[in-house]
Design a protein around this ligand. Structure first.
Ligand code: TRP
Ligand code: SF4
Length: 327
C-alpha cells in the first residue's frame, strides 16, 4: 500500500531551539520512515507579520534548513523545500481566497490572539487575515493526508479542512481532507521556566556554542523553594532535572534524584553535569552544521533538489485544479 502523505512547515523567524527539537523535529524525524513527507520553510507566512522588516527572513530560512539537516531530516527520505520558490502556492492561494468565507477567517482564534498580542504591529492587513488560506494552499497542494503541528496550529488545519471540503463541493473530489496530527509539547521549559521561545529570550539553540550552553544552563532557574545549598530540593519540579532526564545517563539521573532531596548535591554541580551532557548530545548536530556552513554549495544543491521535487507535484496538482475550476 502506498505510504500516506504528510506535510508541515515552519516560519523562518529565527534559529531552532531545544523546544523545537523535542517537539516538531523529533516527531518529523520519526515520521520520515512511515510516511511520504513534505517539510518546508514558510517564508511567505513570515511576511504576514514581518512585512516591514524582511531583511533577516532569508538568513533565518537558511539557518532552519541547516538545523533540519543537522538533526537528521533526510533529503533522501523527505522532500524539503522553500515555499516562496514554488510559485504555484500563490496561484492556489488566490483561487482558495475566492471560495473562503470571510467569517471563517475573522473567527479564527489564532488571528484574534495574535492581533491582541502583537499590539505594536499593524496586522490589519489582507495578508494577515488570509494567513490560513495560504496555509490551506500549502497543505492541499500536496494532497496531504496528515499535518503534524502543535496545538497552536490546530485551528489553521481545521480551516484547511473546511476549505478543502468547500473546494471539493464546488469543483469535484480532488483533495483528501487532511487530519491534524498533534505534536506533544516537550516537557522541557526555557531557562526562566516559561515555555521555551525565541521571543522570550529563554531558549537554548541547536546552534549555540558549548560556552553559550554553559552560560545559559548556569542561569537556569531550579526548584524555587531551594534558596540555599543546605535546603533540600525537589527534582520533580526542577527544570534542570527534566533536562537531565533527556541528556544524562540513568546513573546520573538516579544520583540527582537521590541526592537533591537530601541536599547532598548542589545546584551548581548538578547544572555543570547536565550542561556537559547536553553539550555532548549536541556535538553531532554542531558538527553537521559546521559542515554545511563550510559547504554552502552543497546546502544550495539540496534545497534546489527539494524545490524541484515539490514543484513537480505542485505543477501536477495545479493542472488538475485549473481543469476542475475551468480557468
Ligand atoms: N503556520 C505554521 C506555523 O507558524 C507554519 C505553516 C505554514 C504550516 N504553512 C503550513 C504548518 C502548512 C503546517 C502546514 O507554525
Ligand atoms: Fe534542580 Fe539539580 Fe538543584 Fe536539584 S540539585 S534543585 S535537580 S538543579
Amino acid at each position: 500500500m502506498a505510504k500516506k502523505r504528510i506535510l508541515s512547515g515552519m516560519r523562518p523567524t529565527g534559529p531552532l531551539h531545544l523546544g523545537n527539537l523535542h517537539g516538531a523535529l523529533a516527531n518529523w524525524k520519526m515520521m520520515q520512515d512511515d510516511y511520504e513527507c513534505f517539510f518546508f520553510i514558510a517564508d511567505w507566512h513570515a511576511l504576514t507579520s514581518d512585512y516591514d522588516s524582511t531583511g533577516p527572513i532569508q538568513g533565518y530560512a537558511m539557518d532552519i534548513f541547516m538545523d533540519w539537516l543537522s538533526v537528521g531530516l533526510s533529503p533522501e527520505k523527505s522532500t524539503l523545500f522553500v515555499q516562496s520558490h514554488i510559485k504555484e502556492h500563490a496561484e492556489l492561494f488566490l483561487l482558495l481566497s475566492m471560495i473562503t468565507p470571510l467569517p471563517w477567517l475573522e473567527r479564527n482564534p489564532t488571528y484574534k490572539e495574535q492581533i491582541a498580542e502583537l499590539k505594536n504591529k499593524d496586522l490589519s492587513t489582507f495578508g494577515f487575515l488570509g494567513y490560513p488560506v495560504l496555509q490551506a494552499a500549502d497543505i492541499i497542494m500536496y494532497k496531504a493526508n496528515g499535518v503534524p503541528v502543535g496545538i497552536d496550529q490546530a485551528p489553521h488545519v481545521e480551516i484547511t479542512r473546511e476549505i478543502a471540503r468547500r473546494f471539493n463541493h464546488f469543483y469535484g473530489d480532488i483533495f483528501p481532507i487532511p487530519e491534524t496530527i498533534l505534536t506533544e509539547t516537550p516537557k522541557i521549559l526555557g531557562i526562566d521556566r516559561r515555555k521555551m521561545s525565541k521571543s522570550y529570550n529563554n531558549a537554548i539553540f541547536l546552534s549555540d556554542s558549548p560556552e553559550e550552553i554553559q552560560n545559559k544552563v548556569s542561569q537556569m532557574i531550579t526548584d524555587p523553594q531551594r534558596a540555599r545549598r543546605t535546603d533540600p530540593g525537589n527534582p520533580d519540579i526542577c527544570n534542570v532535572f527534566s533536562f537531565h532526564q533527556l541528556y544524562s545517563d540513568q546513573e546520573t539521573v538516579q544520583r540527582v534524584n537521590r541526592e537533591c532531596p537530601e541536599a547532598q548535591i548542589g545546584c551548581v554541580e548538578c547544572k555543570r553535569m547536565m550542561a556537559e551532557n547536553l553539550i555532548k548530545t549536541l556535538e553531532p548536530v554542531r558538527e553537521q552544521r559546521a559542515y554545511y556552513e563550510a559547504h554552502p554549495d552543497m546546502l544550495r544543491a539540496i534545497i534546489e533538489d527539494g524545490n524541484h521535487r515539490a514543484r513537480g507535484v505542485a505543477r501536477k496538482t495545479m493542472e488538475e485544479i485549473r481543469t476542475a475550476v475551468k480557468i
